[in-house]
Ligand binder design. Structure first.
Ligand SMILES: Nc1ncnc2c1ncn2[C@@H]1O[C@H](COP(=O)(O)OP(=O)(O)OP(=O)(O)O)[C@@H](O)[C@H]1O
Ligand SMILES: [Mg+2]
Length: 287
């Protein structure tokens, strides 16, 4: 076991860092190994909780079954057949492979979904008012309940030197399962954990402006404009709304960055990134 990982097990730091990985960072083995090493480096200095999506792999599996992909504002419209695919891909392949990769990089990861110990207790999103004003039935999409308690299990695991790796599936407490947008879940957990930092790692160096340049900081007004003007679209809408919810929930440092840039996860302050300082909570569809 590398010295850094051993140190992390002995002395988990106080600072808590929630890292969300977009699926694109995890589907290729070499890239996954890079992310796993970055998680171990971060876990040597802070307590780390990982949340992951798996959008691309879900898309590929849907195509294999001939199930059409439908999204609105970056959220996947989830019928029963799509939910089955999401469960199999996220809780099965993507999660288990990442847990194994972190283990191989010298860390100790524990794979979970939001269903474990009620980490993600959700309500059905149902009728969703999209940013373009239309109403859409999202099907089996869950929105974290605001009454969700402190995720003690994750705190216990980090305290014991493990890295929890959470697949973005939730339950309504009555045994029904829901697809939860991974950014939304990461933000919700970060706020409920009292995390110091949320890093949303994807494959763009933050939120890009119309020239393709990284926007260094996004406050409430800029966030509204990015969405209204269509500069942020698809998955970036869900990401920005989630980051705002984390900020409003008390997470001091919220960043969107490219997980492939070396050192970005270990020391996000040094990386090219968008810092989301938006805090204003406007209830829209429960988000
Ligand atoms: N202004 C913008 N700046 C950067 N990316 C943007 C912007 N507007 C839209 N996007 C899109 O948002 C995507 C990121 O969201 P997406 O949901 O596809 O990935 P993810 O959330 O990282 O992965 P997953 O859904 O698997 O968790 C980018 O790859 C890009 O195509
Ligand atoms: Mg996404």
């Amino acid at each position: 076991m590398p010295a850094t990982a051993a140190a992390a097990r002995r002395r988990p730091g106080k600072s808590l860092h929630v890292i969300k990985f977009g699926g694109e960072l995890l589907d290729e083995p070499r890239r996954r190994r890079q992310m796993a090493r970055a998680v171990c480096a971060a876990a040597a200095r802070q307590r780390v909780v990982v949340v992951h999506g798996g959008g691309r792999e879900v898309d590929a599996e849907l195509a294999r079954f001939g199930i059409p992909k439908r999204t609105v504002d970056g959220v996947r419209i989830t019928d029963a057949a799509t939910l089955d695919v999401v469960l199999g891909v996220l809780a099965g392949r993507v999660n288990t492979r990442l847990v194994a990769a972190i283990g191989a990089a010298g860390g100790s990861a524990v794979g979970l979904t939001g269903v474990d110990a009620g980490l993600a207790t959700v309500s059905a999103a149902r009728r969703y008012r999209a940013t373009d004003g239309t109403h859409v039935d999202l099907g089996f999409v869950g929105l974290p309940k605001r009454t969700g308690g402190r995720p003690e299990l994750l705190l216990d695991l980090t305290q014991a030197g493990h890295v929890p790796v959470v697949a973005s599936i939730g339950t309504d407490g009555r045994g029904r399962l829901f697809n939860v947008n991974a950014d939304t879940l990461a933000a919700d957990l970060a706020a409920r954990l009292g995390a110091d930092r949320l890093t949303v790692a994807g494959t763009t160096p933050g939120v890009l402006d119309e020239t393709g340049a990284t926007i260094p900081a996004v406050d409430d007004d800029r966030l509204e404009r990015l969405i209204r003007d269509g500069q942020a679209s698809a998955g970036m809408i869900a990401k920005l709304l989630a980051c705002r919810a984390a900020g409003g929930g008390g997470v001091a440092e919220v960043r969107i960055l490219d997980g492939r840039r070396s050192g970005a996860l270990d020391d996000p302050g040094q990386a090219e990134a968008t810092r989301v300082t938006a805090r204003r909570q406007r209830r829209r569809n429960g988000r």
